[in-house]
Design a binder for this molecule. Structure first.
Ligand code: AP5
Ligand code: MG
Length: 217
């Protein structure tokens, strides 16, 4: 399997599992959230246009994210090596747009992987997360996987920071947005025969082992 969608609530582990899978294969990780954060940090026109949505934990308009994904899917490297779409589609309309994009380019989805986690754990995962400014790693967590040196990425030595939308209030808003706008996407894929649910509660290594079983099956 090489063409994958990762879906799940904020904090379920999509980015972390995508990071691990792309590091151990040639499959390319496409995180719409990470791309948008980079645009914001570079103060591009796109970044300025989306900043407030991310700060509030609201979804960016479908057309904006769909354009980003369309650009990525058109690349030869991604068509050859496959992709993990991490955080897209997130509305039913985005799922319909993606269907059209894949049909146009003759690419088949292999699996939609749903990372399933209880709400109280999601909040813990979000509020304790630390992200690397340099390499973007999300492997660190203040409770579950603290860095060896505080504030420093174990992987690259870069500076770790807390995402501004990982405060308790915005995290709770993001969970509400997920329930309202993204749960219908799971329904959309339910009858495709390609939806695989992984229990995201065990340790990072255990969840990753399950993911590898799925991808290699
Ligand atoms: P995005 O960046 O996608 O955020 P999200 O969906 O809210 O998801 P997260 O990144 O918060 O969670 P994750 O599942 O990746 O968790 P992680 O692996 O880091 O989107 C941000 C914003 O961009 C949105 O709010 C929206 O504004 C906009 N946006 C993005 N895509 C969009 C779209 N398609 N449409 C419209 N707007 C869009 O894990 C969390 C923590 O837990 C980490 O510290 C990690 O180390 C730890 N952890 C992971 N797994 C385990 C484990 N098994 N055990 C213990 N700890 C673990
Ligand atoms: Mg993420």
């Amino acid at each position: 399997m090489k063409n994958l969608i990762f879906i799940g609530a904020p904090g379920a582990g999509k980015g972390t599992m995508a990071e691990k899978l792309s590091a151990s294969t040639t499959i390319q990780h496409i995180s719409t959230g990470a791309i948008l954060r980079e645009e914001i940090s570079n103060e591009t026109e796109l970044g300025k246009a989306v900043k407030q949505f991310l700060e509030e934990g609201a979804l960016v308009p479908d057309e904006t994210v769909a354009n980003i994904v369309a650009g990525k899917l058109a690349s030869d490297e991604i068509q050859k090596n496959g992709f993990i779409l991490d955080g897209f589609p997130r509305t039913e309309n985005q799922a319909v747009i993606l269907d059209g994009l894949l049909k146009e380019s003759g690419v088949e989805l292999d699996a939609i992987v749903l990372f399933d986690l209880a709400e109280d754990v999601l909040m813990q995962r979000l509020t304790g997360r630390r992200v690397c400014k340099e390499c973007g790693s999300t492997l660190h967590h203040m409770l579950f996987n603290p860095p060896k040196t505080e504030g420093v990425c174990d992987k690259c030595g870069g500076e770790l920071y807390q995402r501004p939308d990982d405060n308790a209030e915005t995290a709770a808003d993001r969970l509400d947005v997920y329930k309202e706008q993204t749960l219908p996407v799971i329904e959309f894929y339910k009858n495709s025969g390609k939806l695989v649910t992984i229990d995201a509660a065990p340790s990072q290594n255990e969840v990753f082992a399950k993911l590898q079983e799925t991808v290699n099956s």
